[in-house]
Design a protein around this ligand. Structure first.
Ligand SMILES: NC(=O)c1ccc[n+]([C@@H]2O[C@H](COP(=O)([O-])OP(=O)(O)OC[C@H]3O[C@@H](n4cnc5c(N)ncnc54)[C@H](O)[C@@H]3O)[C@@H](O)[C@H]2O)c1
Length: 304
């Protein structure tokens, strides 16, 4: 049977559980060889275990696919460099990077500690930048050697990054940063054959279980569509990670249940130009007039 990703090698970070696991299984089912990265941490990022990554590797192999585990921390230079090296040393190539790993330390801003800020910004934002940077260096070298790749990167943002989420200032800032990184990476890397897109997923995982347990529960009837299963997000990720998505880059999609939505980003709204410096009072009066004709922002998740 031929698959969408036959002959390709895909790295998925944080693939020991939840969405990353579903993506790894879905890539393997479409013929990709998969590097299953996971540090095996607790929901708040504490600890480490090789178990989850190895388990997913075994699942892929049991289904007839090819996979190898990588247990490094993707927010470190060593972890990111060895992740790319694992793909190249094991399979001789790297075609797709899915940045997905992360964890939460939720608090209202007035209580948010510096360590909680740093940990969440680090794992999501630096944890996207470093694997991207090391994979991109490989792809640029390939392009310069006359072997321009058909390379793909899928980054993982969140509704929290798009609209903001109360109690998640650290996470929302990191996930919004990932959108900016995606735009720059798409613009910089296109010439080397690399397309870069982002998703904002929603699914039932341990990350959302506590907050959305009721909304995300599996249906009682096992034959019914399990709308919030992580595997529902993966088909779009597989397509964005395949050669089939040629020409699609720098875009952001929401993916949840059976729904795919293209997100349309910041763009200029009503404007005024005095051709000279405003006084503060004039600037305020003008801003109010402009706001009256502007689209109101979408509500922040969890806002009163
Ligand atoms: N579940 C949702 O509805 C939802 C919504 C929006 C965004 N997301 C994003 O999707 C991604 C996956 O989340 P999930 O819901 O599957 O959570 P999850 O906790 O089930 O899985 C995350 C995995 O990342 C791993 N990980 C954490 N830090 C790591 C590190 N430094 N190096 C390597 N691995 C590390 C964890 O061990 C874990 O297995 C995250 O980026 C999350 O922010 C999820």
């Amino acid at each position: 049977m031929s698959g969408l990703c036959d002959g390709r090698v895909t790295v998925v970070t944080g693939a020991g559980r939840g969405l990353g696991r579903a993506h790894a299984l879905a890539f393997a089912a479409e013929g990709a060889k998969v590097v299953v990265n996971d540090l095996g941490v607790a929901p708040d990022g504490a600890g480490a275990s090789a178990g989850p990554a190895q388990q997913v590797v075994e699942e892929i192999r049991a289904a007839g696919g090819e996979a190898v585990a990588h247990g490094g921390d993707i927010a470190t230079t060593d972890g990111a460099a060895s992740l790319v090296a694992t793909a190249l040393d094991t399979y001789g190539r790297l075609d797709t990077l899915v940045n997905n790993a992360g964890f939460l330390r939720d608090r209202m801003l007035v209580n948010l500690g510096e360590d909680e800020w740093d940990a969440v910004i680090r794992v999501h934002l630096k944890g996207h930048f470093l694997p991207l940077r090391h994979a991109a260096a490989h792809w640029r070298a390939e392009a310069k050697a006359g072997r321009t790749p058909v390379a793909r990167v899928v980054n993982t943002s969140s509704g929290a990054g798009l609209l903001g989420s109360v109690g998640q200032g650290n996470y929302s800032a990191a996930k919004a940063g990932i959108l900016g990184l995606t735009s720059v990476a798409a613009a910089e890397l296109g010439r080397y054959g690399v397309q870069v897109n982002a998703i904002a997923p929603a699914a039932r995982t341990r990350m959302t279980e506590a907050t959305f347990a009721g909304d995300m529960a599996a249906p009682d009837d096992p034959a019914a569509f399990d709308a919030m299963a992580p595997a529902n997000v993966s088909p779009l990720v597989v397509w964005l990670g395949s050669a089939a998505c040629a020409g699609v880059t720098g875009r952001v999609f929401e993916a949840e249940a059976g729904r795919i939505t293209v997100m349309e980003g910041w763009r200029p709204g009503p404007a005024a130009d005095k051709g000279a410096r405003w006084t503060p009072a004039e600037a305020g009066e003008t801003a109010r007039k402009l706001l009256a004709g502007a689209e109101p922002p979408q509500p922040v998740y969890g806002a009163p």
